[in-house]
Design a binder for this molecule. Structure first.
Ligand code: ZN
Length: 156
């Protein structure tokens, strides 16, 4: 099981970026990066906003953006532990999301927020977000956000 630790400040940054997309009624995606060492729980050290093409119901990273991301990871020696994106309505990991997932390694986390994150705050993040983990069988399994199975811990 993958688990990540992130600060309230990082949640604030994440929500602010995602809402900027929502103001245009577009989805938006950010990536949570940690250091290269594989550790559980992984501490998030950076909220990365890739160049992206967005619409009301999708986001895509053009090839140049993927290249910039790879260059950034290489030069900072970081890795992607989670992608977080918004939906216009309900939050779930859709088939399109599976097809366009930026990360697809076992233990990768995909977090989805509803309503363009318009109502999300650092305080209610864990109740609004839907969390999925990429399984060895190649599925995005829905995960609990509470109890011992919780994938995300928020620190102050
Ligand atoms: Zn989606």
């Amino acid at each position: 099981m993958s688990a990540v630790i992130c600060t309230r400040e990082m949640l604030r940054t994440t929500i602010a970026i995602l809402r900027r997309g929502g103001e245009r009624r577009h989805e938006r995606v950010v990536l949570w990066l940690s250091t290269a060492a594989v550790r559980t729980p992984a501490s998030i050290v950076e909220v990365y906003e890739p160049e992206q093409i967005t619409e009301i119901d999708y986001f895509k990273l053009p090839p140049a953006s993927m290249q910039a991301l790879m260059d950034h990871l290489r030069s900072t020696r970081r890795r992607i532990v989670a992608q977080i994106h918004t939906h216009p309505g309900r939050a779930y990991h859709s088939e399109v999301d599976a097809e366009w997932a930026i990360i697809r390694h076992v233990g990768a986390l995909s977090l989805v927020l509803p309503h363009f994150a318009a109502t999300t705050t650092p305080e209610n993040f864990l109740t609004e977000v839907m969390t999925y983990e990429y399984s060895p069988a190649g599925n995005w399994d829905h995960c609990s956000n509470s109890g011992l199975d919780a994938r995300l811990t928020v620190t102050t």
